[in-house]
Design a protein around this ligand. Sequence first.
Ligand code: FMN
Length: 183
Amino acid sequence: MMIRTKQPWRILRPQIDEQTEEIMEIDPIELRNALGRFATGVCVVTTASEGRAPIGMTVNSFSSLSLDPPLVLWSIQRDSDCRAAFDAASTYCINVLASDQKELSGRFARKNQHEVNEADRFFEGELGLPVLMGCLVAFECTIDARLDGGDHIILVGRVKAVHQGDGDKPLLFFAGGYQELAS
Ligand SMILES: Cc1cc2nc3c(=O)[nH]c(=O)nc-3n(C[C@H](O)[C@H](O)[C@H](O)COP(=O)(O)O)c2cc1C
């Protein structure tokens, strides 16, 4: 079937450099903005390993992967200051944030602010990981695989314990900003 309606939207595609005639990838900023139109939840991933202070990092790359076996994933920027901690770790905990935890999300997204300290409202989970009070749900995982994901590394986790909070309002991220569900 021929669809004759004219393409009504602006289209992003690789361009050819007029001078070098090389194909250039889609502009990364435009691509990031386009990808940002996919709404996500927000999580703080924590980890703790022998001889290192426990840390947390804000991410929205979390995704469910498999029920049998029980797998989840998220990805970390290769050049993140948190890389060393997650490289050394064999476990992590995904803390899914509630709508009233925006400040916490901001705090764990700032450089040099990753240490989980006494003032933070965490408790120790089954695997000895920091579990965040007030989050919607937390998944303690062992790290099953580290996969190449371009400028990110994909960390596949096997879920070993689930902590269920009682909140029902998620913190959302859309188009570069925080959002909440309309009631
Ligand atoms: C809503 C939100 C989602 C983010 N998602 C990710 C992510 O999935 N992976 C990642 O590596 N960084 C992500 N970041 C960025 C890190 O939180 C932040 O860059 C990092 O903690 C600060 O840089 P550093 O890791 O070098 O200290 C996200 C930040 C925000 C605010």
